[in-house]
Design a protein around this ligand. Structure first.
Ligand code: GDP
Ligand code: GDP
Length: 439
């Protein structure tokens, strides 16, 4: 799991400029949330082989002074809860302001590493001004210029100094994340699962502050539920709540094997639901789309058919994601959902031997070869599975770059029609190297 760095600071100190600067080439924006006043961002990237997630908490610009104070306090508090490391951005040209002091007070309470970063030290002309920021009592300030890209490498070195490069140790227990928009029924579902399972082993303190991991036994399987519910809904900065619930959803998904995306039958599948599905696919997780509150829908054959058709249409090329209609209130298909999660994880661990793979795929490819492109005959000589969880298939070909998307999808369909890969994203790589050289 990657560590989270949050950029905190009052308006205009240069948070979004720094965010864009840090993005550099190695980072990809994973989530954009258009805000009322401006956009907010989350990105993932790495520095010196250490993966991290960066969030820009900025943006809230209220009208009045009082509102500003409330907003600043809430933003700082939310950032503190979500981040592992806090990057407190201040402005060399203005010096310490009242709002900086307010943020500093919140951050001092946090007991998390805080880096005071003094921006706008352009051409090092204002390096002398950074010492003033010692007064914030949060350690040695670091001077940078976000606009000029000054000292950015040093900054990243210091921020990530304590981050791990190694992989997280293998855990044989199946980790299931239950994610979804507010009010779809996540907490009700978790309670239903745990209520029916008297054999809860122990509530495991979540490694993140506000998601709770609960371990329980289910017919001989050790399951861990990663629960993203329980979000405080009463905050005044509603936009921030949604933003941070996205960070939390992201982290819960990263830590899981199988993601249950919960949607609301009354509302249908929203764009946001689909974005979460896409992100789970990008992360290579097992995925199930569960449509809750099925009890609210008048059950005729027609409504069911229509709804299913609508969902499949919305899933488009991601139709391998199984859809299950459930009702937490009526305890409808809840155990089936757990069975399906276990099955999806089994599918995700699928390992096909090289001989079996070639035996069935080479004849298919011979019959329907990739279309010749730019006068080139494309040949696929050999296929081998290169990884599991999720399965990765390597195709060795004379022109790897000329295989088009349509043919990729054709190959994927062939594999899926021979093996149960329901709920599992499949990766395919095309290589030119002669595999026999390795044998
Ligand atoms: P945010 O509200 O904290 O996200 O701040 P912005 O990133 O929108 O920046 C506020 C203003 O400060 C903009 O006009 C930026 O161009 C300017 N700014 C940001 N970084 C620097 C810097 O390193 N030097 C100077 N001189 N100006 C900067
Ligand atoms: P969360 O925000 O996703 O954790 O959602 P909650 O579990 O707090 O549920 C939101 C509301 O939906 C509550 O009023 C629940 O009682 C209701 N709810 C949850 N599951 C069902 C269901 O299967 N059917 C109906 N009709 N309501 C449900």
């Amino acid at each position: 799991m990657s560590q989270v760095i949050a950029i905190v600071g009052r308006p205009n100190v240069g948070k979004s400029t720094l965010f864009n600067r840090l993005l550099g080439r190695r980072m990809a924006i994973v989530h954009d949330m258009p805000g009322v006043t401006r956009d907010r961002h989350i990105a993932t990237g790495e520095w010196a082989g250490k993966p991290f997630t960066l969030i820009d908490t900025g943006g809230f610009v209220p009208d009045s002074r009082d509102e500003m104070e409330v907003a600043i306090r809430e933003q700082s508090e939310l950032a503190v809860r979500q981040a592992d490391v806090l990057l407190f951005l201040v402005d060399a040209q203005t010096g310490i302001t009242r709002h900086d002091e307010l943020i500093a007070t919140e951050l001092r309470k946090s007991r998390k590493p805080v880096f005071v970063v003094v921006n706008k030290v352009d051409d090092n002309g204002r390096v002398g001004d950074i010492y003033e920021f010692h007064k914030l009592a949060l350690g040695d300030p670091i001077g940078i210029s976000a606009v000029q890209g000054l000292n950015i490498g040093d900054l990243l070195d210091r921020l990530t100094a304590s981050f791990a490069t190694g992989l997280v140790p293998e855990d044989p227990r199946l980790k299931i994340a239950i994610v979804g928009r507010p009010n779809v029924g996540k907490s009700s579902m978790v309670n239903a699962f745990l209520g029916e399972n008297r054999q809860i082993v122990s509530p495991v303190a979540g490694t993140t502050r506000d998601s709770v991991d609960t371990e329980f036994k289910y017919f001989g399987h050790d399951l861990i539920l990663i629960d993203t519910a329980g979000l405080r809904k009463k905050s005044r900065v509603r936009e921030s709540i949604e933003f941070f619930s996205t960070v939390r959803t992201q982290r819960a998904m990263e830590r899981s094997d199988v993601v249950i995306v919960l949607a609301d039958a009354g509302e249908g599948i929203t764009d946001q639901d689909l974005r979460v599905v896409s992100e789970a696919i990008r992360l290579g997780k097992g995925i199930i789309l569960a449509v809750n509150k099925w009890d609210l829908i008048e059950k005729t054959h027609k409504t069911y058919r229509e709804m299913e058709a609508d969902i499949l249409a919305r899933l488009g090329t991601n139709r391998f994601v199984p859809v299950m209609f459930v009702s937490v209130h009526e305890k409808q298909r809840l155990l089936k959902l757990l069975d399906l999660a276990i099955q999806v994880q089994e599918n995700r661990r699928l390992k096909i031997s090289t001989s079996k793979l070639n035996e069935f795929l080479l004849p298919v490819i011979q019959k329907t070869p990739p279309p010749a492109t730019m006068g080139k005959q494309i040949k696929i000589k050999y296929i081998t599975q290169m990884g599991t969880e999720p399965p990765v298939f390597g195709f060795f070909t004379n022109f790897p770059k000329l295989i088009d998307d349509a043919y990729r999808r054709f190959l994927e369909r062939q594999i899926r029609s021979n093996y149960d890969l329901s709920g599992v994203p499949v990766r395919m790589v095309f290589k030119s190297k002669n595999p026999d050289a390795d044998q």
